[in-house]
Each structure stands twice: as C-alpha cells, then as structure tokens.
Design a protein around this ligand. Sequence first.
Ligand code: ADP
Ligand code: MG
Length: 698
Amino acid sequence: MSYLKTSIEYLKGVGTARAELLKKELGIFTFTDLLFHFPYRHIDRSQIYAIKDIQADLPYIQLKGKITNLHTVGQKKGQRLVGYLTDDSGSVELVWFQGAKWIKESIKEAKTYLVFGKPSEFNGSINMVHPTIDDADAADHKKYLHIMPFYSVTERMRTKGLDSKVLVKLTNNLLADPKFNIEENLPNAVISALKLMPRKEAFLQIHFPQNAAALAAAEHRLKFEELFFIQLRLLRFKIKRKEIYNGIKLEQIGDNFNIFYKSYLPFELTGAQKRVIKEIRADVKSGVQMNRLLQGDVGSGKTVVALLSMLMALDNGYQACLMAPTEILAQQHYQTICSLLQNMNVCVRLLTGSTKTKDRKEILEGLAAGNIHMLIGTHALIEEVVQFKNLGLAVIDEQHRFGVEQRARLWKKNQFPPHVLVMTATPIPRTLAMTLYGDLDASVIDELPAGRKPIKTLHQFDSNRLRLYGFMKEEIAKGRQVYVVYPLIQESEKMDYMNLQHGFEEIIKHFEHPTYQVCMVHGKMKPADKDAEMNRFVKGQAHIMVATTVIEVGVNVPNASIMVIESAERFGLSQLHQLRGRVGRGAEQSYCILMTDYKLSTDAKLRLKTMCETNNGFEISEVDLRLRGPGELEGTAQSGVLDLKIADLAKDQLLLQQARNAAQDLLDKDPELKKPENLQLMHYFAEYNRNAHWGRIS
Ligand code: ADP
Ligand code: MG
C-alpha cells in the first residue's frame, strides 16, 4: 500500500488517541487527508521588523531585541505585567494580563528574544499584548524564521492539546519522511503552457512556503488542479452522454409550430429569443440528446421559448412536458399556455399534488395513450406512475430548485431519453453555471422585449414614509397599481405576521375606503381566499396589494407600476431582484422602492446599492456570490461540486475559465484520454472518479 494511503494513526506523533480525534473532528483518516488539510492562513515570521517601523494597523509581526524593566502595574482585575522590548531603533511596550509569574521568572535581561504578535494601540501609544516569545540565541532559533502555517482545529481538539502547532509538527513529519512522494497528475504540456508549479512542490510549499511568492504559486497550482478535474469530468461526461444516448430526432417543423408562430404568437420575438430557438432546433434534430441550460433574466420571455420548443416535439409526434417548482407557478404556466394555444388543436393538461384523484386517473390514461400532448405540472410529473406514451422534450423551469437527480429521473421515462431544456429563474454567476451545469450546453437570453422601460429603483428610509404614500397616490391617480411586500422569514414568523398586519392597517389608515381599495395576500390564507384577493388585484379592482413574498412568482399584472419592499435589508439580492421583476411589465415607467431603517449592516448597504445601480440580473448574481459564497446561494448547497477545498468560485473566475479551456483542449486532442502523454493523468482521473461523490451531478 502506498505511503499516502496509510492510516493516520501510523504517522509519527499521532497514535490511537490523536487518530480518533483527527478522524472524528476533521475527517482525517489517512496521510492523504492530512496532506489536503490546507492551512487557512500563514503568518510570515521570515521577516524581522525594526521597532521604529511599527504601526498599530499592522498584522502579526516579528521583532527582535532585549526585554527589560518587567514590572506589575494596576490593581486586582486591572493588574498586568508590563515590560519593554528594545532594539537598535527604539522600544515598544509588551503587556501580559495572565501568566505574569511565569514570564517574570523565565525572561532574562541579558538575552535576545524573537517576539511575535500583533501591534495594538492603547491610550495613544503602541503596545503588543500577549506576544509569543522565543529565545533568539537558542541553537534551533532558525526554525521560527519562516512562514508559519495555521491550521483550523475544533474546540474539542484544542482542549485535548491537539492545536494548530501540533498539526504543524504532524504535517512536517508527513512531508519530511523520505517515503513522501506525490505523482504529477497534469500533462507536461499543460504545466509548461500555464507555468504551473509541479505537484509535489506545490504540496510542500502550500504547507511550508519558502516565501510569499512560492506560497502564491502553490495555491495557484492546487486551485487550478481542483477546478481542472471538475471540468474534465463534466466535459468527459458530456462527450460520453452524447455517445451513449441516441437522441430522439425531431426533424420536422410542422403545423403546430408554424401555425402558432404565424397566427397566434402575440408579439415579435426578440433577437435573443430567435437565436435561442435556433440553438434548440439545431440540438433536437441532431440525433443526439439535448441537454441545454437556458438562462435569462426575469421577464426576458423564457416561457414562449419553452412553448415553441414543445411544439417542435409535437410536430414530430412526440409529447412534451413542462415542470415548475411550485404549484402557483405551474398554474400560471398552464393558464398562459392554454390561452396562447386556445385556437389550436393541442391537448394540454395540468398535473400537480392537488389534482383530484378522478382527474389524475384520466390524465395518466391520456398520457399513456398519447391523447394528451402537453403536460404541465410540479414534482408530481416525475413520480413513477406518470408514464408517457412517447415523451420527446422535458422543460424544467427554475432548475436550481430541483435536485439533479430529479432531472435524471425524467430521462428514464422513455426508452430514449427525452431532450431536456433547463431554464433558470434567476441568472446565476458564470462560475457557478460552469460548475453546476458544466455538462450542459448553455443559451442565454440577454435582451428584454422591446418597449420595456428600465425600472427605477430607489432606497428610502422609513422616516420618508409620508412622501412614499404621496407618490403612491399620484401613481394610483394615473390608474396604476402598487405592491407593498413584507418579508416573511421563518424563524420570526409571528413577528413577521405582526409586521404585515400592522403595515396593512397603516395603509388602510392612509388610503381611505372607498377611494382606495386595498387587498392582502399571504401564505397562511385559505387558497380560496387568497385567490379571491389576488383576483381583485389582477382585475384592477384593488389599487394596492399588501403581501408577503408569495407574490414572488405568482402574479403577472402589467398595470402595476410600483413595488414597495418593506424591511428591504432583510431580503437577499436574488429575492429583491425577483420581486422587482413583478413590475416593469407594461409600457409605463415603473418604480421599485426599498424601505429600510437607518441601521444597516455593510452587506445590507451593498445589497441596496447594487439594486439601485443595476437592473441586470447577471451583475446582481455576481455580487450575491461575492457576498454570500457559493454554498449559501439558493439550491446549490446540496450539490457536491461545491465542496471545494481550495478554489473559490467567487474569486477564481479567471482560473476556472483557464481550467475549463485546458480540459476542453485536452479532450479535443485526446477524447478518450488514451495517448501515452496522458497516461498519468488518466491514472489519477480514474481514481478521482471512483472517489468523488458525483452521483448527484449527472
Ligand atoms: P420569464 O423569462 O421571466 O419567464 P416570461 O416568459 O414570463 O418571462 O415573459 C414575461 C412577459 O413578457 C410575458 O408577459 C410575455 O408574454 C412577454 N413577452 C415575452 N416575449 C416577448 C416579446 N418578444 N415581446 C413582447 N413581450 C414578450
Ligand atoms: Mg418564467
């Protein structure tokens, strides 16, 4: 068995007790696991500062000099030990609140010390509290003069004496062993073209760097490697899938598509919509299964693209389905599509969790017999019992709320897997798209339908509420309608309902009946009541709708021109953007007004500023990624791809693109990875595929 696969208890300095801790607390089972437990930061002790150069805002620094005049000052709790460290350039105060006795006894005035700590400012002068002190005259003092790694450990490890310092020793034992070796896994061509540090060197330098430049090069190499293999795997998967799965050939463009396009499409398609339809058309007639991701901002018109694609399937004698993440959204799609197709001979049905048993039975029979051409629904669509006669295309709206497994289950509905079109509701950052959906082909609708005026977004403090009400009255006088949305965040549900109720009463007070009609919608209402209230707004009978985020995806009222978002600081960026997308659907100028208190966190300020500055969902998603990190973005947590050890999708965009290009390039030249120069890589890649938790990403 190879050295790196050795169980961790056999490493010098570990033993059974520490091995238990390492396994339980950090998931370190083998030498390799320890090797991959990268330092979370390094501290540069290779430099020695002159005392005259110290400033209070410096990070940890190292000084060298003599310590004199140790004495105790203060009373009781304020009591502390103070001394002075002096070098050729000056002196600085050192302070200890604890361990005074031990320090006093061990420090000798004649000796020279290496003093390491963080300068801080106290009463206008600089001092260093609880510095680390090492004997500069000792024979082994050189061991302190390097860049030191710091490793994360848990509280439990620390109380048992297994802290970062111990991990430094253990890692050193691992790397210093003559048996330590780690093979290169990238082809030489890639290493030299991108000037990457060799692999073994990178592992040595990431833990114990010689200098800052070596550390940076090591990080760069290891990040590249991590991203490269993810991309290689995704791209390989894409090639393989195209080999394995014969796609259904949708060759014809027939009556369904043509008649709809010529006679019933209520508007001219945008250039972007046309381009995407062409891309889809090329896919579905190619004989290879389509797996395409369609990204487009709120309101960019993805639904009609989905509909036209489904009509292509129908024209070739196949069925099509459209799956949405919520009941409201499925219903909305169903209504939209039924009304668009009302004069055509297409049988469309809706299947959701609340479909009545009798209807359900009839739908299942109709699907199996092929009488139903188009099925719209929720998760209910992918249940085993739902069997199509011949499903040709599956459209999945708002992919990021569906697990990838669910996507895979759709394929199993046929002898040949249907073509799959995935539509994202909110744009996602490029790096995330490339990683989460790197095996898919991508299309983007980057153009809004003509005639839309960009929504004006403003941030207002609560104290300006009366002005807001005045503005709302002006717009209502012009015949417009207004949304007022309150946050509803689960932990504080009760509070949120109180706020909603209070807000509603406040509005009713200022917008008096019967001049103004106000309706209210929230998730706890009975469906019938909710529908009734919504309908009042949709029909224009109510001027103001006070609501929780249930309206995020639910309604389409082009006459609404103001979206007021209360406590806007409590919403995430993508949610704010989604809510804003409810207005700006008609020809009139629309407004989104973000109401907040004066007290705002830095992040909240950035979110509000971003909203005020841009209407572009892609830009917003990039900021969101930077603020929250990939793991926190909605729906991405369950994806194993994002357990990155060292790369960071928010920061390493360029590197990711390089990695993807390099992987693509490699596969272009050697699709099966069989060339001799790629032997090492293939060897590593095979093992990588066995170990990774990739089941979730197919
Ligand atoms: P989303 O991409 O957010 O799903 P929708 O498909 O719901 O957007 O479209 C938003 C609105 O824009 C709908 O009312 C739709 O009818 C309209 N729309 C879509 N495409 C066009 C177009 N090319 N010209 C004018 N209006 C369009
Ligand atoms: Mg949509």
